[in-house]
Design a binder for this molecule. Structure first.
Ligand code: ADP
Length: 546
């Protein structure tokens, strides 16, 4: 027997329709690329997104065509986002922090026909445009007064371009399983691969992500997504904020501590989200100027592990609750979030932090398991490490154009490439990327655990750990440190600080102090580059062992 309910298709433009109807006046405030702060609201965003859709159709964009965006978080980017998918086309958010060769690869592989770009990236695009033959037109997200002289093909100012239509338009009809968006994985190894989100997966992921035990969004929230739209749907916020009527404060191109603080304070932001590197800048700014965060209630931290010291600072010093989350581009991206279940909510200060340091438990719509190399499931005891595999309604089933072949195991699970433990309560803890764990004497050492402890030292700004070849143990950990500005730390001092906090055999064999640690385009430590840089490095213990 079949259910007798209506078939209300899960298409993304329903989100902005709902926002305009129920929360039309809720603000969307942006730091524009041109400089001034610009205020609009969901009703206006929808109106102008309809114009974008209408204008794209007028340019011959057909359902399924890809439209690229190379842009910061602003109201115009949000309009473009909803306009593109409302035209039945596929938004392809490109990460401008990638190297030019990667950009060329991604834009061509994605087959983008139109590129909508911020002023910031016009010079960058001009340099590579002759290698992007499929792009028919560049829409610069600005008005005529700010449009620069440019060699970009058919370049037009966004405001002029949408000004050519009246907005009297209906969203192009699509099936909920049609593609809505596309985002390439960072590709720290091999070529980047395209993840293709469907309307249905986006809608369901946003519903799941907004639930109280995940992001917990409501129309009372004022959300500052520092995490960019090009970083996996800004962790669902581009959908889940309008869906729930939360106001949006868009930071534009300025993500430094002072600029982020200014918006948090001025617009009384209640929820914000970004990778740890952004928060390092904010916390440094707060400390330097002795500032407080009286309005901010919650900060969502993910993309790489949130150091314990960062959690303590937010929670104890600024009274801002940290939600540690984990996910990946292939998961739309949220997989787990670290709210405190009742079983752990009344633990003491340090025990609670132990729980929060884990990456959290899976949200509804995501299943997870840990396995050994033979796909045998491992116990959820909080100790046993295994390959973390996931399955769910917003998890990739394959990459664009079949790159990488079959990516699911025989039970339909996707191997995340992460190594993790899961405890009895379901809290998952990433112990490493499979390729970054240090294999010492047949046992695994978590580089992330060591990094987290090292950054707890008051004079350490950033820490990275990589495995260095060792004649006796195969690999041993090397700790690479950036000291805080004007601080000097010695190797002995640092090792003493770490003593007792990790197992003896996990202690780094050497410590090196540097001025810079390379990062990926999404703000993670670029371990491949570090491994290359220190390829010929000899540990003092290696010489001793020979
Ligand atoms: P991105 O666009 O963020 O680089 P990826 O999909 O390439 O997205 O990265 C996903 C990976 O980032 C995960 O597989 C995991 O290794 C890492 N990651 C994400 N969140 C966390 C977290 N909270 N703690 C540790 N690692 C994380």
């Amino acid at each position: 027997m079949k259910g007798l309910m209506q078939d209300w298709s899960l298409v993304c433009h329903r989100i902005i329709d709902h926002a305009a109807i129920q929360y039309g006046k809720r603000k969307v405030v942006s730091r524009s690329i041109e400089g001034p702060i610009v205020e609009t609201n969901y009703a206006e965003i929808r109106k102008r997104a309809l114009k974008v859709a209408q204008r794209l159709v007028k340019d011959g964009i057909k359902p399924g065509d890809r439209v690229g965006t190379l842009a910061w978080n602003t109201w115009r980017h949000l309009e473009a986002w909803y306009g593109i998918l409302g035209a039945g086309a596929v938004y392809h958010t490109v990460n401008p922090r990638l190297f030019p060769d990667q950009l060329i690869y991604i834009i061509n592989h994605g087959g983008d026909r139109v590129m909508m770009t911020d002023l910031t990236f016009v010079p960058l695009l001009e340099k590579i445009a002759d290698k992007l033959p499929a792009i028919e037109r560049y829409v610069i997200l600005t008005d005529r007064a700010h449009l620069p002289q440019t060699t970009l093909k058919n370049a037009v100012a966004y405001e002029d371009w949408i000004g050519e239509v009246d907005g009297n338009f209906k969203w192009v009809a699509v099936d909920e399983n049609d593609a809505a968006g596309m985002c390439y994985t960072s590709g720290t190894t091999g070529n980047p691969k395209g993840v293709v989100y469907s309307h249905r997966s986006n809608v369901l992921h946003s519903l799941a992500a907004a639930m109280p035990d995940v992001l917990g969004l409501s129309s009372h929230d004022i959300v500052l997504p520092v995490v960019p739209l090009f970083h996996a749907n800004s962790w669902s916020l581009a959908f889940s904020a309008p869906m729930n009527g939360a106001a949006l404060i868009m930071p534009g191109a300025k993500l430094d501590g002072a600029s982020v603080y200014e918006l948090l304070d001025k617009y009384q932001v209640t929820v914000t989200a970004a990778v740890p590197t952004v928060w390092l800048m904010l916390l440094a700014h707060l400390e330097q100027h002795n500032l407080k965060l009286p309005h901010l209630e919650r900060v969502l931290i993910g993309g790489s592990a949130c150091p314990r010291a960062m959690m303590e600072k937010f929670q104890d010093k600024y009274d801002v609750r940290v939600t540690h989350a984990w996910g990946m581009t292939e998961m739309s991206p949220i997989g787990t979030a670290g709210q405190l279940k009742p079983e752990v909510a009344s633990l003491g200060h340090d025990a609670k932090l132990d729980v929060q340091e884990k990456q959290g438990y899976s949200l509804f719509t995501v299943e997870m398991k840990i396995t050994d190399d033979n796909n045998k499931e491992l116990p959820w005891d909080g100790k046993t490490f295994g390959r973390l595999k996931v399955k769910g309604v917003a998890v990739a089933s394959s990459y664009f154009k079949g790159e990488g072949g079959n990516i699911l195991d025989k039970d339909g699970f996707f191997d995340t490439g992460d190594v993790a433990t899961i405890d009895e309560l379901g809290y998952m803890k990433i112990t490493d990327r499979a390729k970054d764990v240090i294999k010492s004497g047949g046992e695994w050492i978590s580089s992330i655990d060591i990094e987290n402890i090292a950054v707890g030292h008051p004079d350490v700004a950033e820490a990275a750990v990589i495995g260095i070849v060792h004649p006796k143990w195969d690999e041993r950990p090397l700790l690479i440190i950036i000291p805080k500005k004007d601080k000097k730390i010695s190797k002995a001092d640092l090792l003493k600080f770490m003593e007792g906090k990790i197992a003896k055999w996990w202690m780094p064999d050497d410590v090196i102090f540097v001025d810079e640690i390379p990062h990926t385009a999404t703000g993670k430590i670029l371990k491949t580059a570090l491994r290359e840089q220190f390829r010929d490095y000899r540990l003092p213990t290696a010489t001793a062992a020979e």
